[in-house]
Design a protein around this ligand. Structure first.
Ligand code: 9MR
Length: 395
C-alpha cells in the first residue's frame, strides 16, 4: 500500500498539473484512483483510508500519514440484509436511491440485488417539484424509472412524498391561495400522484416533516393557509387514490421521547379519533455517531400501541471526517442498536437506509466536514456498520 502511494506521489510530482486539481471535498487519491491528486488552494489532500484521499479545507500541518483506518471488512453473513430481515420476521430491509445514480453500473448492480435490498425509496423523483412542476401538469418519468426498477427486482416501493414544505415548485410555495383553492390543489396533487402508482406502492409518506423540533407546527404554505386540516385532506385523498397503500406521516427527531415525538403522537391520536386514514409513522433516523437515540424502541411502542405500524425510513449515521477506526467501530455499534430497536418492536415493519453507499450520501453536501454515514464506503466496500446491522438482524 505505501509502495502504491509512493508511486502515486512520484507520478504526481513529475506531472503536477496533468490531472488538474480536485475541488474542496473532492477525491485526490486512493487505490484505483486515476483522477487529480492535487487540491485547489486552501485545501489539503488528506488520506482518509487506503481507497480514499480527500481535499479537506485548511493547510496540512504534517504530511499525510499512512492511514490507520479501514482494514478490509469481512461480512459476518453473506445472506444479504433483506434476506436476514425477512428471516427475522420483518417485511424488508431497503435503501433510498436516486435517478442520477442509476447510470453508475456498479452502483445499480448492488441496488438491484434483492437479497440485500427488498425495498427502495426514490430520494427525490416523486417529490412535488419533480411531479407537478406547473399546476395541473404531471411528470412521472423519474418516479416511473424507480418504480419500474422495483418491479423488475421484486422490491417493495415506498412513495416519498405527497405534502412537504421543501422541494415545492414556486407556484405552490409562493402561491396565494384561499383555503378552498389550496384544498383542491392538495387533493389533486396527492390524488393524481398516489393514483398514478396505484397498486405499485407498499407505503406512502403522505405527510413529511410537519413539525418543528419544539413540537410546534411548521409554518409553511399548507399550515398557514389551512391550519392542521391539510393533514386529513391529504390522507383522505391518498386513501381514495390507492386504498391498499399504507399511509404514513414521516419525520425526524421524533426518535427520542420529547416535545416533537409527543406532538406526533397527539396528531395521530386525533386522526384516529376523527376516523382519518392513517396506517403508520416513519422514523427517519438521520443520526450522528455516538448520539443515536436510546429511546427509539419506547417511542415506537407508543405508536404501535395505537394500532399503527412504524418503520425506520431514512437511516444514516454521520461522523465528523476524517473517519477513524474508533469512529467506524462506534458507528457499527450505533447501526446495531438502531436496527435492534426495530427488531424489538413487532409493529416495526422494516428498515430503509438513506442510500447504501457514502458515494451518494446527501450528508457531505449538507453538513460541511461530515460524512461517511452509510454502511458501504465510497468504493462500495462494506464498513463495520454492515456487520452491526447483521448482528441486530440475527440476534
Ligand atoms: O436525499 C435528498 C437529497 O438528495 C435532496 O437534496 C434533499 C433536499 O431537501 O432531500 C434529501 O432527502 C430528504 C428527504 O426527502 C426527507 N428527509 C430528509 C432527507 C435528507 O435531507
Amino acid at each position: 500500500m505505501s509502495r502504491l502511494l509512493t508511486a502515486f506521489s512520484v507520478l504526481a510530482a513529475l506531472v503536477p498539473f496533468a490531472f488538474g486539481q480536485s475541488a474542496e471535498w473532492g477525491q485526490c487519491g486512493g487505490i484505483g484512483w486515476t483522477g487529480a491528486t492535487t487540491c485547489v488552494s486552501g485545501t489539503t489532500c488528506t488520506v482518509l483510508n487506503d481507497y480514499y484521499s480527500q481535499c479537506l479545507p485548511g493547510t496540512a500541518t504534517t504530511a499525510p500519514s499512512t492511514p490507520t483506518s479501514t482494514s478490509v471488512v469481512t461480512p459476518s453473513s453473506t445472506a444479504g440484509l433483506h434476506t436476514l430481515a425477512k428471516a427475522a420476521g420483518k417485511l424488508y430491509f431497503g435503501t433510498a436511491t436516486d435517478n442520477p445514480e442509476l447510470t453508475d453500473t456498479a452502483y445499480a448492480a448492488k441496488l438491484n440485488d434483492s437479497k440485500e435490498f427488498g425495498q427502495i425509496t426514490p430520494g427525490n423523483s416523486m417529490k412535488w417539484d419533480a411531479t407537478e412542476p406547473t399546476r395541473g401538469t404531471f411528470t412521472f418519468s423519474g418516479g416511473d424509472q424507480i418504480a419500474n426498477l422495483a418491479k423488475a427486482n421484486g422490491q417493495l416501493l415506498r412513495g416519498h412524498n405527497c405534502v412537504w414544505y421543501n422541494q415545492l415548485p414556486s407556484w405552490v410555495s409562493d402561491g396565494t391561495f384561499t383555503a378552498a383553492d389550496l384544498t383542491t390543489v392538495i387533493q389533486n396533487h396527492c390524488g393524481t400522484l398516489v393514483g398514478h402508482y396505484k397498486g405499485q406502492i407498499y407505503s406512502w409518506d403522505v405527510i413529511n416533516e410537519p413539525f418543528n423540533d419544539d413540537g410546534t407546527w411548521r409554518q409553511d404554505i399548507f399550515y398557514n393557509t389551512l391550519n392542521t386540516t391539510y393533514v386529513p385532506i391529504a390522507l383522505k385523498a391518498a386513501r381514495a387514490a390507492d386504498p391498499n397503500a399504507k399511509l404514513y406521516i414521516n419525520d425526524y427527531n421524533i426518535e427520542n421521547t420529547g416535545a416533537k415525538a409527543t406532538a406526533m403522537l397527539n396528531l395521530v391520536k386525533e386522526l384516529i379519533a376523527d376516523g382519518v386514514p392513517i396506517d403508520g409513522v416513519g422514523f427517519q433516523c438521520h443520526f450522528i455517531v455516538g448520539e443515536v437515540s436510546t429511546s427509539l424502541q419506547t417511542v415506537m411502542e407508543q405508536f404501535t400501541a395505537l394500532g399503527l405500524e412504524v418503520a425506520i425510513t431514512e437511516l444514516d449515521i454521520r461522523m465528523t471526517l476524517p473517519e477513524t477506526e474508533a469512529l467506524l467501530a462506534q458507528q457499527q455499534k450505533d447501526y446495531q442498536s438502531v436496527v435492534q430497536a426495530c427488531m424489538n418492536v413487532e409493529g416495526c415493519v422494516g428498515i430503509t437506509i438513506w442510500d447504501w453507499t457514502d458515494k451518494y450520501s446527501w450528508v457531505p453536501s449538507t453538513f460541511s466536514g461530515q460524512g461517511a454515514a452509510c454502511p458501504w464506503d465510497e468504493n462500495f466496500a462494506i464498513k463495520p456498520a454492515y456487520n452491526g446491522i447483521v448482528a441486530a438482524l440475527t440476534a
